[in-house]
Design a protein around this ligand. Structure first.
Ligand SMILES: Nc1ncnc2c1ncn2[C@@H]1O[C@H](COP(=O)(O)OP(=O)(O)O)[C@@H](O)[C@H]1O
Ligand SMILES: [Mg+2]
Length: 403
């Protein structure tokens, strides 16, 4: 009996991302192809994991889809592509368009829209009974006026398909909206307007196989990402107490949400905000792993690397079961700050619970983890104070740590 031919997986990354995915995909025995931006030709891709790499001409990482369809169809003349995987949020719809064009299985255009367009996802979530902050599309002016009359401010005006709090504006009152729309001009229909809900922001990171959530972990950001990005703060997040009321509610909502939006296979990062009334409001979801070192946070808590697990999941053959089992049930907390120093010295942050440190110019970051939540929380508080004192610098436009 001859061994089955290896699967051919085409990974799409318009940004420099996903090394752990590429390496793990290669480890499954798959043939790994990477489609990326021409501007990343010289980047330090993990070449040992990539069988062939193809470049698309880009303008600041933007691709012309007609070029992409032509290029990949040319490749498909000689290569039988089994899977297409989008490694970055901005690649989700490109991958879907290619699957539709080449008739390859996996997420198509309709489902991709639910994971990329914040208007589509909240409309669908509301249809299945998940609470969302009251919102209105920036389309019909009469509907916007009715919304402003009905819903008190403040509001957020946010792009339907961005990430990392880019382009989000907080508006005090309805009067602030019209000049903002004027400024956006023809771009305004790509935005959604919603009530600003004050409260803690949570995230749920999950892996889905055959429409079932196989793994999910809930965490809470120390500061809501909008404040962290726009006002400049130390970014932090920590995993939630297991079996707590918040954790159970979030995991249940996440399951319902992903099912309703139709995620069959893959990774997802979703966000919710807990209002003063105790309700969890759905903010956004995605068909990718979380950014901002959340993968490292989850690995510290559970022993599972979401990138590699996602690769294992995608590289299964038709009908092959997917099994996943976290190797530990610890708690973990992450801190990241812009640093005044080029290479900040973290030597003083030396508790045995420090399991990971960030090595990035003008950044300080670490993860603490252990079996006791109280200890992780206490260290995180103490170290966050230390970060403000020792390293903290603010340059809001640069603080793009969260997605
Ligand atoms: N309706 C809202 N009420 C309060 N804060 C919000 C609201 N929408 C967004 N935010 C803030 O903005 C951040 C980014 O918004 P989000 O919808 O997650 O978009 P992005 O894709 O940019 O992460 C959130 O984490 C939260 O801090
Ligand atoms: Mg977000």
């Amino acid at each position: 009996m001859t061994a089955p031919a290896p699967l051919t997986v085409l990974c799409i990354a318009s940004y420099r991302k996903g090394d752990a995915f590429l390496l793990a995909a290669k480890r499954t025995g798959a043939r790994v192809l990477l489609l990326t931006s021409r501007s990343l030709e010289q980047a330090d891709w993990p070449r040992e994991a990539i069988d062939d790499i193809y470049f698309i001409p880009d303008v600041d990482h933007h691709w012309n889809m007609a070029d992409v369809i032509k290029g990949v169809s040319w490749l498909a003349r000689s290569v039988k592509i089994d899977r297409i995987v989008a490694l970055d949020d901005f690649d989700v719809e490109k991958a879907a368009a290619l699957r539709e064009h080449l008739r390859i299985g996996g997420m198509g255009d309709t489902t991709a829209r639910y994971f990329r367009d914040k208007l589509a996802m909240r409309t669908r979530a509301r249809e299945v009974g998940i609470a969302v902050p009251d919102f209105v599309p920036v389309i019909n002016y009469q509907e916007i006026k009715d919304f402003l009359a009905r819903v008190p401010g403040p509001y957020v005006l946010k792009p339907r398909s961005q990430a990392a709090a880019i382009g989000i504006r907080k508006l005090g009152s309805g009067a602030d909206l019209w000049p903002a729309l004027e400024e956006l001009g023809d771009e305004q229909s790509h935005f959604v307007l919603e009530r600003f809900v004050t409260g803690d922001v949570f995230h749920v990171d999950s892996l889905v196989a055959d429409y079932r959530v196989r793994f999910a972990i809930a965490s809470r950001y120390g500061t809501p990402p909008l404040e962290a990005a726009q006002e400049g703060r130390v970014f932090s997040t920590q995993t939630l107490k297991r079996r707590s009321a918040d954790e159970r509610t979030l995991l249940t909502f996440n399951q319902r949400l992903l099912k309703a939006l139709g995620l069959r296979e893959g990774a997802s990062h979703s966000e919710f905000i807990k209002g003063a009334d105790g309700t969890f409001y759905f903010l956004e979801t995605s068909a990718r792993v979380g950014g901002a070192h959340i993968v490292d946070l989850v690995e510290a808590a559970t022993g599972l690397n979401l990138w590699s697990e996602w690769a294992r999941l995608e590289c299964r053959r038709e009908g092959e079961p997917y099994r996943i089992s976290p190797s530990r049930r610890h708690y973990a907390g992450l801190l990241v700050s812009l640093a005044k120093q080029e290479w900040p010295d973290l030597a003083r942050y030396d508790a045995p619970e420090v399991v990971w440190r960030l090595h990035k110019r003008h950044h300080a970051g670490l993860i603490v983890a252990g079996p006791k939540l109280e200890r992780v929380e206490a260290l995180l508080r103490q170290y966050a104070d230390g970060f403000y004192r020792d390293f903290f610098a603010t340059a809001p436009a640069l603080m793009r740590v969260s997605q």
